[in-house]
Design a protein around this ligand. Structure first.
Ligand SMILES: Cc1cc2nc3c(=O)[nH]c(=O)nc-3n(C[C@H](O)[C@H](O)[C@H](O)COP(=O)(O)OP(=O)(O)OC[C@H]3O[C@@H](n4cnc5c(N)ncnc54)[C@H](O)[C@@H]3O)c2cc1C
Length: 264
């Protein structure tokens, strides 16, 4: 790992000033994705600007129709939050299935969303639930936010401040996880609410995606059997040592049916 300057700002303004003054700065939240990348020398920022001490990025709010989670809220806090569990139990469960206790106690929702790892769990929840990513300068719908593998519309100096989730009528997330890391080999969130039925898949492709054929079938008949025979095209999926594209396509069908059953 290369040397870098460390900054610990306590306000968004200070964080942005540190970023503007840096040659090649990087924000850090929990460090659970950034530090491994730096240790492998795949990133060598001149300055690391920690967001951990910025109070404005914390907190969970719920008002019956919306749950707002501050960017610096950890996966463990989402999992343990009564407000999240009451409003969107599937989201609390998803957070509790991320990685291991260390990752859940350090990693944050803002970091996971900004990193946009194709195998991360949160992207499926954001897209299926129709969430909004709130930054220091704008609001971006989840579907516009995840643009490709590790690709988002965030500017270099833009900070995610929160993620806002509409409360669904029903939702469930199931994943077939890598035994080594917990990352999704295929993960599916099914949700139903004001925006209709949504089926969002993570882990299987290079970016989270919706399966409209499944959504249409579920709109007519919300049952696992309605999904029989609906397959995603393996040509669009990832093959790696964990699983072939064909196996991932099979897993998407299985995970989707299990998620529908889990919606109750
Ligand atoms: C062993 C291991 C297992 C894991 N298993 C899983 C898993 O099963 N499922 C899963 O989903 N994830 C998994 N992860 C990833 C984990 O969820 C990370 O916590 C997450 O990807 C990054 O969050 P972080 O807060 O640590 O962000 P960091 O590592 O600090 O930052 C990641 C990136 O986001 C940027 N960033 C951070 N916060 C903000 C912000 N507020 N605004 C703008 N940019 C920001 C940083 O600049 C950096 O580019 C795993 C990680 C490890 C190490």
């Amino acid at each position: 790992m290369e040397n870098f300057e460390f900054h610990g700002p306590s306000t968004l303004d200070e964080a942005q000033a540190a970023m503007r003054a840096a040659t090649d700065g990087k924000f850090m939240a929990g460090g659970q994705s950034l530090l491994p990348v730096m240790k492998l020398d795949l990133a060598a920022p001149s300055d690391v600007i920690s967001l951990a001490a910025i109070e404005a990025l914390g907190g969970i709010g719920a008002d019956g129709t919306m749950v707002t989670i501050g960017a610096a809220v950890t996966h463990a806090e989402v999992h343990e939050s009564d407000a999240v569990r009451q409003a969107i139990p599937a989201l609390a469960d998803l957070a509790g299935g991320i990685g291991d206790p260390q990752v859940r106690n350090r990693g944050t929702i803002g970091g996971a969303v900004a990193h946009a790892d194709p195998a991360a769990d949160y992207p499926a929840a954001l897209v299926a639930l129709g969430a909004t990513v709130v930054t220091d300068r704008r609001e971006i719908s989840a579907e516009d936010f995840f643009q490709g593998m590790f690709e988002t519309p965030l500017e270099d100096d833009e900070i995610i401040t929160a993620v806002r989730f509409p409360v669904p009528e029903k939702a469930a997330y199931t994943k077939f996880a890598s035994q080594a890391s917990g990352y999704a080999i295929a993960g599916v969130m099914v949700a139903g609410g004001d925006a209709g039925i949504r089926v969002a898949v993570t882990g299987a492709g290079s970016c989270v995606f919706r399966v409209t054929a499944m959504e249409e079938a579920l709109a007519g008949d919300f049952s696992a059997s309605a999904l029989q025979g609906i397959a995603v095209d393996s040509g669009d999926l990832i093959s790696d040592p964990d699983a072939s594209a064909e196996y991932r396509a099979h897993l998407v069908g299985v995970m989707a049916r299990r998620a529908v059953e889990a919606c109750g």
